[in-house]
Design a protein around this ligand. Structure first.
Ligand SMILES: [Zn+2]
Length: 204
């Protein structure tokens, strides 16, 4: 059975749909958005790596190193590389909600409530978990569904800029998808139901 994807509006096999922010979208859109976010991260990590090594290299091209004290300088360099890496990871989404990687791939961090671009504090909060080893790998899978660790605490979500006002990203109800049938009900349609949570799964 075919069903129209709410994002790309193409008819796709209904069985391949997957939930993004609680709304079913076609597999192509689902992975296209996730891949943009993953690629953004790879770009950012690459840039941060380059910068974190470039800064100490620059400093020590000017500062004369006392060769008898080489261990000390190595320690300083290690600290600098780590420090710069951590600070840049924490602050990467602070400027207009988009790190360089996110700018390139067309995604953006916004405030879940106000829908304004994410700020520096939100960037810091949502990227704290990223500093924990292995967590970036978990997040790479988590983000396919939309929210990831850190989003709850910072009240953020990542949107696909070209679909910025689409219900999938605004959290508004989509209306009854085609092919579901007349008995389709959203949670709030049930007697005494509560439709305040746009991420609740549809009740059929
Ligand atoms: Zn689609």
């Amino acid at each position: 059975m075919l069903r129209e994807c709410p994002l790309c509006q193409r008819e796709r096999k209904a069985t391949t749909f997957k939930p993004l922010y609680g709304q079913d979208v076609c597999k192509k859109c689902y992975y296209a958005f996730a891949n943009r976010r993953q690629l953004a991260f790879v770009i950012d990590v690459f840039l941060i790596r380059v910068l974190s090594f470039a800064v100490p290299t620059l400093i020590f091209s000017v500062v004369t190193v006392d060769q008898s004290n080489i261990d000390f300088y190595e320690g300083v360099i290690t600290l600098l590389v780590l420090g710069i890496t951590y600070v840049l990871i924490l602050l990467k989404d602070g400027m207009g909600g988009a790190s360089p990687g996110k700018m390139v791939t067309g995604v953006q961090v916004i405030d879940e409530t106000s829908r304004a671009a994410g700020n520096w504090l939100q960037s810091l909060k949502r990227n704290l978990p990223v500093l924990i080893p292995i967590v970036p790998l978990i997040i790479a899978v988590q983000l396919q569904k939309g929210h990831r660790w850190g989003d709850g605490w910072s009240n953020t979500k990542v949107i696909w800029k070209k679909y910025r006002d689409h219900p999938v990203f605004t959290g508004e109800p989509l209306g009854v998808p085609e092919g579901i049938g007349d008995d389709y009900q959203r949670p709030g349609d049930l007697a005494g139901g509560d439709n305040s949570n746009p991420f609740a799964p549809p009740v059929r």
